[in-house]
Ligand binder design. Structure first.
Ligand SMILES: O=C(O)CCC(=O)C(=O)O
Ligand SMILES: [Fe+2]
Length: 773
């Protein structure tokens, strides 16, 4: 942790901490039970304190209470064991009861740090009865309405022990016992985890209420914000932003947790509201803008002495034997946290000052983030333990949800929002172009430069359409190229064809060639996932080219650029894969490229690009049996897509070539039953490999006992395994050196039979499909 005064950002958080109102996350008030008239059908009017006889009758008409988990409600006595009295049996004299409830709610409002001018409304939820042994394990209440901010539990007086209500927030704990004479009203915010310890004697009877909020907590707090404090905070903001040209933010993390549904400036909880009011006052003074957002904080800690039962996250159950009020402070995972190795904060659900939402996804830098309450003091919503991780020993990852206020200088208004929402950024540029402010649009677009490649790269496929249109509207080749540079060719679909063609007509062929070349990402390594994505894009290329051909003017030129740019890496991939030493991998990978090759050939037909077609066909027709695998797969894919253009696409030539190669292979005599010779593929020529080759090539020898030291055995193993030879290898561990025993297996014959069958099937298919026309 940096020292508190180390940066303007941390100073900002400290000042806000000092300025906090006196609100708490939970509070209790009591009242005499005079006003509660509660009637339960078939039990009668409930006497207060609740007599044991009536409590038992209540249990008899109760049903086991369910609990919420995500969108479900569940029944599980290991989590919640209590009786719920059906609402239909209850009658409360509301007018009388309100005489007690209203003033209590107003006091609880103040206790929870909510400003005057806001009001808490209690909405009845349920009546619960806990018999001895019954309890409710730790949980968080779900928000049953948009304006729900918390829960209130009204405990009726009774003679009982245990059943303590424990409420936790940000590492603090409050415990509430029942009273024998008074009504007890406990209110807490919706993000507090809470539980009820088992009742040890007697019965605990409660009424639970949803607490709804009327009014705007931040607006109502504004009156209480100290103007001098706001000025000090504004000073921190000015220091933090300085006069740098690089857009940056200040992200202040709030203390309470909010669901997306509950996030609203008007319903900030407790101290969050008064702090938000101060931040807004300071922001106005420093000419800044603000937004409210949800933050996901991911922290990685090094740990000491992990307990094995803690693997994989949180404990399902609470152990709560201790009757004292202090909860176990060692952390829910049972690990000693050592050092914070890394933390990442990402923001979404952005609400501007007026409450308007912008879709957001943004990771912010550590030196932009500050908080009064350190994240590690809060409860993570998820955690995961990794054993020994090299440099760091054992590590614990924790994920937290917090709300955040984001502040930035008004002069960066566009850039900051653009970074948070690239889609919004493009819409805004389009608006400016639309109203004729092209110069304004260019100025705004220029400020995207420093981060656009990251921002647009993440969600590119949804943005490309907008970007193509805007790039043309900007009417400036350099800015247009910058805007389009982060996209990848795989994001381009046939729906983009028309705007792509217009753009190309606007900026010309050499500009377009440059841009298309960039999209093919020549710097990207040709790894497996590249191949799958690129291959399926190539399979969709004919549709793109057809749409381009339909576009006026330069569509065919653009299609030509796309196909030519696509061919080079595809050819290189095929060449590289046919050198791959393991046959099964080589054939699978080459087979998988078939539909891509077919797609590219079909595109050349659409575009009448004969030269490119001839080049592709010539490559496939090289004298190489591995390429036959790819060519067959391309022919099958082309046939499936039912394009009636075999000749124009050169497929007739490819099919003739395959026919000849297959027929030649089949014309070779079949292996005679006593021919045990195996061909060792090209590769190493070392003395060991020469001996191996001699054994393999021998038609009569089936096995070979070869005394060899370990290193040398390993070399022979690797040659056999890599080439997937039908040879069994085993080491006999006696004598020095050990003996490597090689045995040729029957698979030699089985595989050849299988290969011939495959060739026959392929040949027959070719005859039916291509050569018979
Ligand atoms: O019984 C109590 O005090 C708490 C009940 C509760 O947490 C709930 O109903 O969600
Ligand atoms: Fe609850």
């Amino acid at each position: 942790m940096p020292s508190p005064q180390s940066s303007p950002c941390d100073r900002f958080a400290n000042l806000l901490g000092e300025a906090a109102a006196t609100g708490s996350f939970s509070a209790r008030r009591t009242a005499r039970p005079n006003d509660l008239r509660l009637e339960v059908s078939s039990v009668g009017t409930i006497a207060l304190p609740v007599p044991v006889r009536q409590a038992k009758e209540l249990c008899l008409i109760g049903r086991p209470a369910r609990f919420g988990q995500g969108k479900q409600t569940l029944l599980d006595a290991r989590v919640r064991d209590t009786w719920e009295i059906p609402k239909s049996r209850l009658k409360i004299d509301k007018r009388r009861w309100n005489a007690t409830l209203r003033p209590v709610l107003d006091r609880l409002r103040a206790d929870l740090g909510l400003p005057e001018g806001c009001e808490l409304i209690a909405e009845f939820h349920s009546m619960l009865v806990y018999a001895p042994g019954q309890f409710f394990a730790p949980h968080q209440d779900s928000e049953k309405a948009d304006t729900m901010i918390g829960t209130m539990v009204v405990t009726l007086p009774s003679v009982s022990t245990g059943g303590v209500l424990v409420v936790e927030h940000a590492g603090q704990t409050a415990t509430y016992r029942s009273s024998k004479e008074s009504l007890s009203f406990v209110a807490f915010y919706a993000d507090c985890r809470h539980h009820v310890r088992p009742v040890t004697s007697g019965y605990r009877v409660v009424l639970t209420y949803n607490l709804l909020l009327k009014g705007d907590t931040v607006v109502a707090s504004a009156g209480r914000a100290d103007p001098d404090r706001a000025t000090e905070l504004a000073g921190c903001l000015n220091d933090h932003f300085g006069d740098s040209d690089e857009p940056r933010r200040l992200v202040y993390l709030l203390d309470h947790e909010y669901t997306q549904r509950a996030l609203s400036w008007a319903r900030l909880k407790g101290d969050d509201a008064s702090r938000a009011a101060l931040v807004r006052a300071a922001a106005h003074e420093a000419d800044c803008e603000v937004a409210l957002a949800l933050a996901e904080v991911h922290e990685t800690w090094s740990t000491e002495d992990a307990e094995p039962w803690g693997y994989g996250g949180r404990r399902a159950h609470w152990d709560d034997d201790q009757e004292d009020d202090e909860e176990d402070g060692s952390g829910e995972d049972g690990y000693e946290l050592q050092e914070l190795i890394e933390s990442t904060t990402s923001l979404d659900c952005w609400l501007d000052e007026s409450g308007e939402a912008t879709p957001t996804s943004l990771t912010v830098f550590d030196d932009e983030v500050c908080a009064t309450t350190p994240t590690a003091d809060l409860s993570p919503h998820d955690s995961s333990y990794e054993g020994y991780m090299g440099n760091y020993g054992n590590t614990l990852d924790r994920w937290y949800r917090r709300a955040a206020i984001v502040v930035w200088p008004r002069r960066w208004s566009y850039a900051i929002r653009a970074q948070a929402s690239p889609g919004w950024a493009l819409d805004r540029l389009a608006d400016l172009v639309q109203v004729g402010d092209v110069a304004g649009a260019r100025d705004a677009a220029t400020t995207l430069g420093s981060f656009w490649s990251v921002a647009a790269g993440v969600n590119g496929q949804h943005l490309l359409g907008k970007a193509l249109t805007v790039a043309q509207g900007l009417d400036e080749p350099g800015i247009a190229a910058m805007l389009l540079a982060p996209f990848q060719i795989e994001m381009l679909g046939h729906t983009h064809a028309a705007s792509l063609a217009q753009l190309a007509a606007h900026y010309g062929e050499s500009w377009t060639r440059e841009m298309v070349g960039g999209w093919f990402g020549r710097d990207r390594p040709a790894h497996m996932s590249w191949q799958t994505q690129r291959a399926s894009w190539l399979a969709s290329l004919p549709a793109i080219c057809e749409a381009l051909r339909a576009a006026p003017q330069v569509g065919v030129m653009v299609g030509g650029l796309l196909s030519a740019a696509a061919w080079t890496p595809l050819r290189d991939a095929m060449a590289e894969l046919s050198r791959f030493p393991t046959p099964s991998h080589r054939h699978t990978a080459l087979g998988e490229l078939g539909p891509a090759v077919a797609g590219l050939l079909a595109s050349t037909t659409t575009l009448a690009a004969r030269e490119l077609r001839d080049e592709i066909v010539a490559f496939l027709c090289r004298s190489n049996d591995d390429l036959v695998v790819c060519a067959m797969s391309a022919l099958r894919a082309a046939h499936k897509s039912r394009r009636d253009t075999h000749r124009e696409a050169g497929l007739d030539i490819v099919s003739r070539h395959c026919t000849v190669r297959l027929a030649t292979r089949l014309a070779r005599p079949t292996r005679s039953a006593d021919d045990w010779s195996i061909e060792l593929p090209e590769g190493c020529h070392c003395e060991l490999c020469q001996t191996l080759d001699a054994f393999l090539a021998d038609t009569a020898r089936r096995s070979f006992e070869w005394p060899l030291a370990e290193q040398r055995r390993r070399h022979v193993h690797s040659r056999i395994d890599q080439a997937e030879l039908p040879v069994h290898h085993q080491t006999r561990r006696s004598g020095r050196p050990y003996t490597l025993v090689l045995t040729k297996t029957e698979a030699l014959f089985a595989r050849e039979r299988e290969a011939r069958r495959r060739d026959q099937t392929d040949l027959a298919w070719l005859g039916r499909t291509f050569n018979m026309r």
